[in-house]
Design a protein around this ligand. Structure first.
Ligand SMILES: Cc1ncc(COP(=O)(O)O)c(C=O)c1O
Length: 405
């Protein structure tokens, strides 16, 4: 159940003043605020369980290991993964994409082979593939988008050829909010024998994600977008892939036997978790998953939809506002420009009214190239935002327009 005021009150970061005004935090797509439960879990680890994991026989090490491994179980439950062993703790989506590019895809591509992404990708799902193409001679292909910022799924059948060896597509666009029809995309790719990774950075804070239902080969999760700590995240991979893939990083923890001649690797997921991990981060992320499940993802989806409709209608009344991304299915993310005012100026002016939005290209330069602009002002909502936040955003935009008259 979502209790709007009660759950909003769980986020101490929301209850502060900025520039003498109550904070209106609308930069959730960049990073969300953290609930008390996550902050408490991190503190509790450092105060009461601080020890390295998986190695010690002493009690503290065992309790820290339990907390960390329970967090993995919570995340498996959130994603409906078949087993928690299918989840690798990573620093975030960026690391997850690089890991898959270098350990799964690299050995499968050679000169002239193709990797398919979409026009809606974050740079972190573009650059790792460009690096791989430079290393292997593979070619990067892009599924186009239309003027609404929707994926041209009808072009997939032509783009998926016998040369296509892998596809990686964003589930929800951070710049436009578009929710891609990823289940359909996965089905089409699998019909041609192409494995698929989905970038879930902006999906897990908003949608009920079921990796078994999606049938994706890999799914990436960014902790800090879903109310968890920065530098935390998980990569889901189908067990058959994870077991067959070579390790990404070498070091302690990912081995079962080392001699100077050779090394026997540890089983999955330890094989991919070299070195001391971000233990507090993993535990905090597990708490974030529990927090979201205690509200219910269906309830979060419903609240998102209410806020999206309210904000869409309110922003439509702002004179000179051009909305970028008008997909039929979208999360409450609004990218816009206002005629005659630079996005950075808007961001700076409304900050004086306590309103935090992001300005710029949002790490998606090709999207803005498509629209013929350098960037936008982006207001991105979380379930804890309110209709009043929308009203204050609109009032502050009207004041900015007034200033530039
Ligand atoms: C759609 C999308 N993918 C990937 C990333 C990168 O995620 P991380 O910060 O976890 O590396 C982001 C972050 O903004 C994002 O919005």
């Amino acid at each position: 159940m979502l209790n709007k005021q009660f759950h909003r009150d769980q986020f101490p970061g929301l209850h502060q003043e900025v520039n003498g005004k109550p904070l209106v935090y609308l930069d959730n797509a960049a990073t969300a605020q953290r609930p008390q439960m996550v902050l408490d879990a991190i503190n509790d680890y450092y105060i009461n369980h601080n020890a390295n994991i998986h190695r010690g026989v002493h009690s503290l090490s065992e309790s820290a290991t339990d907390l960390y491994e329970n967090a993995r179980k919570s995340l498996a439950k959130l994603l409906n993964a078949p087993s928690e062993k299918d989840l690798i703790f990573v620093r975030g989506c960026t690391e997850a994409v690089n890991l898959v590019a270098q350990t799964f895809v690299r050995s499968r591509v050679s000169k002239g082979d193709e990797i398919l992404i979409s026009h809606l990708e974050h740079h972190s799902n573009i650059v790792p593939w460009q690096l791989l193409c430079e290393q292997t001679g593979a070619v990067l292909k892009v599924i186009p988008m239309n003027d609404a910022g929707e994926l041209c799924v009808d072009q997939l059948d032509d783009l998926l050829t016998e040369k296509t060896k892998f596809m990686s597509v964003v589930h929800v666009s951070n710049a436009l909010g578009t929710i891609n029809p990823v289940k359909e995309v996965v089905t089409k790719a699998h019909a041609k024998g192409v494995p698929v990774m989905l970038d879930g950075a902006q999906a897990t804070p908003h949608l009920k994600v079921d990796v078994q239902d999606l049938d994706c080969d890999f799914y990436t999760v960014s902790g800090h977008k879903m109310y968890g700590p920065t530098g935390s995240g998980v990569l889901f991979g189908k067990a058959e892939h994870l077991n067959a893939m070579p390790p990404y990083h070498g070091g302690g923890e990912m081995i079962s036997k080392v001699t100077f001649e050779s090394t026997v690797y540890n089983a999955v997921p330890a094989k991919f978790e070299a070195g001391t991990p971000n233990i507090a981060g993993g535990i905090g992320l597990g708490a974030a998953a529990e927090f979201m499940m205690s509200i219910g993802m269906e309830n979060i989806e419903q609240r998102d939809a209410e806020l999206r409709v309210y904000a869409e209608q309110a922003l439509a009344k702002v004179p000179g506002l051009r909305m970028l991304g008008t997909a039929k299915h979208k999360s409450p993310v609004f990218s816009f420009n206002i005629e005659g005012i630079h996005a950075h100026d808007i961001g700076t002016i409304i900050d004086h009214h306590g309103v935090a939005v992001r300005t710029g290209h949002h790490c998606t330069m090709p999207i803005f190239e498509y629209f013929g602009v350098a960037g936008s002002c982006r207001a991105s909502f979380a379930f804890y935002n309110t209709e009043q936040d929308v009203d204050i955003l609109v009032e502050s935009l009207l004041k900015a327009i007034e200033m530039f008259k």
